[in-house]
Design a protein around this ligand. Sequence first.
Ligand code: ADP
Ligand code: MG
Length: 254
Amino acid sequence: MLELDKVSKWFGGLPALVEVSFGMEPGRVTALIGPNGAGKSTLINCISGVDRAQSGSIRLAHHPIEAMPAHEIAGMGVARTFQNLKLFARLSVLDNVLTGLTVAAERSFAVSMLRLPALRHQERQLRLRALEALDDFGLAGKANWPASALSYGEKKRAEMARAFVGDPRLVLLDEPVAGLNTEETAQIARHIRRQRNAGHTMLLVEHDMELVMDVADQVVVLDSGRCIACGKPEAVRRNPVVLEAYLGRMEATA
Ligand code: ADP
Ligand code: MG
């Protein structure tokens, strides 16, 4: 589904990604872990076209996408959530999710926003689909609220609904449970499991190792922009290099 080959990215003279290579099978969940500043968000930005790698190749279903603009990549069925939420504050929750459907129809966020008036006259089907997605994420009752009125946890779920509404081929989730309480985390974890069981291919950036071990088929570990390990969750968890670079450090600070 996704194939990264020696993807590198610098900011100024500083390397954020150094020849990162790994592949993702369809219908599988890959967890991307690593300490803060490891390059996880940068990698998601490069895959989704929000940012551009300076070298290396990124293929989606054998199609090179590394030079494509973000809206075209979205049009190919790549959806994402952002580490720092990106909802349209003044739009209703439902309209925010509707932009996910127009993105799926090969339009950028900005363009889809401009097209919302036209969308309103389109098939009720789109709205029904958006409502269904909101229902999936426990937000149907707040469809007509302005997005700004949602709690932080609800905003995270609204972003998830927007990412999943267009039935994407690949979903990139950047720290979907960061900052959430235990109950909200369990709720999102249930959603992620359900999406996995429905056969969605996901790349999940996550610090919650319990969630990672539970949902991931494959774990990729980044450290200072380098992929230091890649494999099955249990193997990665026992990998001494990973323990040294990441898990040990986390335990030391816990
Ligand atoms: P992570 O998501 O793993 O915490 P990031 O991908 O956000 O890490 O960051 C990786 C590195 O790239 C960090 O050193 C960060 O400071 C740097 N970086 C990220 N985005 C930018 C940017 N827009 N400009 C300059 N440096 C950046
Ligand atoms: Mg990040």
